[in-house]
Design a binder for this molecule. Sequence first.
Ligand SMILES: [Zn+2]
Length: 147
Amino acid sequence: MSCTFCEIARGERDAYKVYEDDDTLVILDIYPVSKGHLLVIPKEHHEAIEDMPATLLKKVWLVASAMAKLYRKELRAPGVNVLNNSGRAAGQIIFHFHVHVIPRWEGQEIGKHTRHHLQDDEARDVVASVKPFASKYVSELLSSSMK
Ligand SMILES: [Zn+2]
């Protein structure tokens, strides 16, 4: 059975990446609900939150938190949603665990109606604004979690 996120993790499928390390990958959601909507993905395949090993689960949430912090502090987002959908009933569409990081911008509502197909110029814009800071925010948070 093919898995979109496993294919991306193995480099067999293209994605807009803003961060990558040995265990995790951060890509742009191809159907963002707001500009800058990111997905944090473990490289190892686990279907949902209840299947995730604790150490990897912690790492993914720390990376997601670092992205949220980056949006708040570096890109001045007035808010950010960090969430996981586990199970079809919760809206999970790709059955490979992932955490959504959805920056909120002033005066912009989000919802099903704001989901749109990611355009190349929007994607390039987001990558250019997030990628330069991603490693710094992740490594700061990971190192502080070791203390
Ligand atoms: Zn997978």
